[in-house]
Design a protein around this ligand. Structure first.
Ligand SMILES: NC(=O)c1ccc[n+]([C@@H]2O[C@H](COP(=O)([O-])OP(=O)(O)OC[C@H]3O[C@@H](n4cnc5c(N)ncnc54)[C@H](OP(=O)(O)O)[C@@H]3O)[C@@H](O)[C@H]2O)c1
Length: 263
């Protein structure tokens, strides 16, 4: 059940670009923006998924939905994407830098350097290069950048040094962007969730059973919970910037502090 202010708000004149829109939080944000009649630009690597999400977004009320295959790990691919689609990207008002992942939980001495590269290239370099590519329209349109941080960007945990480093970087970049963009009216919000039940744990652990066990006997956040939070930030009046928002499930007091009912 949505409250009155939510229903009254429309995104009819807004173009929203969402990275990692093929699953989880990105997909949920795409659906919520569609209900508010936004124009959408959705990017991810899995285009088959984007195609069915595009169809659903149009059914939900999106005014237009353009989809692009983009691997944000590849800085050249991002630069080409920005160059080739300059005309479309000029319209972007809201950038949701959501694409990201964690790989592995091994201790530093046992971890795979390839996993480190993938996390840093996706979560940090991808966000940096795409934001740089879109910064001119975002300034011109007095836009809003929403970065997907994490509680892992506030607290480090065992087996998570590089994922945490990537999210600490996202938090630092969000803070720095806010300073560098002051006076432009561009807003920058860093969203920092705890445990959200998406494909995140499957990607991290590479095993459905292990991924399911992460959320055993507790109630995690859903992608929709995070999407609603993002939409709330976007709907604040233009003089209000929610700089950081930390959101945990009630069953998680802090990183590694999870209540498992029945245990
Ligand atoms: N779930 C959590 O507990 C949690 C908590 C805090 C923060 N976060 C953050 O929230 C964000 C979204 O994660 P999620 O939970 O929704 O996970 P998810 O369900 O696995 O979705 C991740 C999305 O990122 C995209 N992605 C990954 N690598 C990419 C690449 N190289 N290029 C383009 N897109 C890429 C994936 O699309 P393709 O595979 O199709 O490319 C997918 O759409 C991430 O930044 C994550 O770090 C998640």
């Amino acid at each position: 059940m949505k409250s009155g202010w939510y229903c009254a708000f429309t995104m009819k004149n807004k173009t929203v670009l969402i990275t990692g829109a093929s699953a989880g939080i990105g997909q949920a944000v795409a659906f919520d923006c569609s209900k508010l009649q936004a124009h959408l630009i959705l990017v991810a690597r899995r285009v088959d998924r984007l195609k069915s999400i595009q169809k659903k977004c149009l059914q939900l009320g999106a005014q237009s939905v353009q989809i692009f295959k983009l691997d944000v790990q590849d800085t050249k691919e991002i630069q080409n994407f920005c160059k080739t689609n300059k005309k479309i990207l000029k319209t972007v008002d809201i950038l949701i830098n959501n694409a990201g992942l964690a790989k592995g939980t091994e201790r530093f001495q046992d971890a795979q350097p390839d996993d480190w590269d993938q996390m840093l290239d996706t979560n940090v370099r991808g966000l940096l290069y795409l934001t740089r590519g879109l910064i001119a329209p975002l300034i011109k349109n007095q836009g809003h950048i929403v970065n997907m941080g994490s509680v892992a960007g506030r607290l480090v945990y065992e087996g998570g040094s590089v994922y945490c480093a990537s999210k600490f970087a996202v938090r630092a970049i969000s803070d720095g962007l806010r300073m560098d963009l002051k006076g432009t009216n561009v807003r920058v919000t860093n969203i920092e969730p705890g445990m959200v039940n998406t494909e995140f744990s499957l990607v991290r652990l590479g095993n459905q059973q292990k991924a399911k066990a992460v959320y055993d006997d507790m109630t995690p956040l859903s992608a929709e919970d995070i999407s609603e939070t993002i939409l709330w930030c976007l709907q604040r009046p233009s003089h209000v910037n929610i700089q950081e928002l930390v959101i945990y499930p009630t069953d998680q007091a802090s990183v590694g502090q999870v209540v498992r009912k029945g245990k």
